[in-house]
Design a protein. Structure first.
Length: 284
């Protein structure tokens, strides 16, 4: 994975980490975080991975000192426990992690729909907890994560969590956990909306007469290129849209429909509202 320059500043902090990071779950998101930490200088010897079905790329790291599924008695007072498991298994898994807790351990959860209160109850003990919501572009170091701490998180623990999350992209903090359902709906689920846009654009190209392979490539590269332009430009999305729209031109004709009363904006409002409601339902 190529780590962007914006996250490289954390290499020294992670490389000089004192203590153990316990990663619980090394699937797509957990694996992306692990890869980012190692790329930023975290020593494999500083990492414990709890994963019943580890991918080959995780298992091979044991040759470099990473500890995979060690007996709990061999790990105590972890600097951080990172929960990257599916929320459905959390009630069974989280209570088994108390042996890793020490007086300075911070618990970082990237599980969707599981609030801080659930984690506090499942651990059965007071703990410093950060709930975070990353998204799938973390796999290429271009994700964005929103994090919310509980009152027990110290400044040093917050800094450690920030460094760990920054390995996969930008990080924003909030003190209002109530915002996390909307965060999940916008950025957590958001990549799927963008992929759907690419699908729909390709399908529309075919309907307009383009060969399927050409329509697919045009849609893919257009969405990717526009996203990169938005990323690099200092201009906001509305200004960039206006800059590519000539009065009376082809783009204006399309936008008259997309920006109409039944267009993209009201539909996206409904979609994000539906995802927000479902996030709240999952939280119970």
């Amino acid at each position: 994975m190529s780590i962007p320059a914006s996250t490289a500043r954390n290499a020294r902090a992670l490389g000089g980490l004192s203590g153990t990071i316990v990663l619980v779950g090394a699937g797509k998101m957990g694996g992306a975080m692990l890869e980012g930490w190692l790329a930023l200088g975290l020593a494999p010897q500083s990492v414990v991975v709890i994963e019943p079905q580890p991918a080959p790329e995780v298992a091979i790291l044991t040759a470099r000192g990473l500890r995979l599924n060690p007996p709990p008695r061999e790990v105590a007072n972890a600097a951080a426990i990172v929960l990257a498991i599916k929320p459905q298994v959390a009630p069974d898994v989280v209570p088994t992690l108390t042996s890793y807790l020490g007086p300075t351990t911070v618990v970082l959860s990237i599980m969707a729909g599981r609030p801080i209160g659930f984690l506090t109850r499942a651990l059965g003990a007071p703990a410093a907890i950060v709930r975070a919501m990353p998204n799938t572009p973390a796999a290429i170091g271009r994700g964005i994560t929103v994090a919310v701490p509980n009152a027990a998180v110290s400044p040093d623990q917050r800094n450690l969590v920030h460094e760990l999350l920054s390995a996969t992209g930008a990080v924003e903090w909030t003190t209002d956990e109530g915002l996390m359902d909307a965060v999940t709906a916008v950025s957590g689920s958001g990549p799927a909306y963008v992929f759907l846009l690419a699908e729909a654009l390709a399908s529309a190209g075919v309907a307009a007469g383009l060969p399927a392979d050409l329509a697919g490539k045009l849609a893919r590269e257009t969405v990717a290129g526009a996203g990169e332009l938005l990323h690099r430009s200092g201009l906001d999305a509305a200004t960039l849209r206006q800059n590519v729209t000539s009065p009376g031109g082809t783009t204006a004709a399309a936008l008259a429909l997309l920006m109409g009363p039944d267009g993209l904006a009201p539909l996206m409002d409904k979609a994000v509202a539906a995802a927000t409601r479902r996030s709240r339902e999952l939280a119970g």
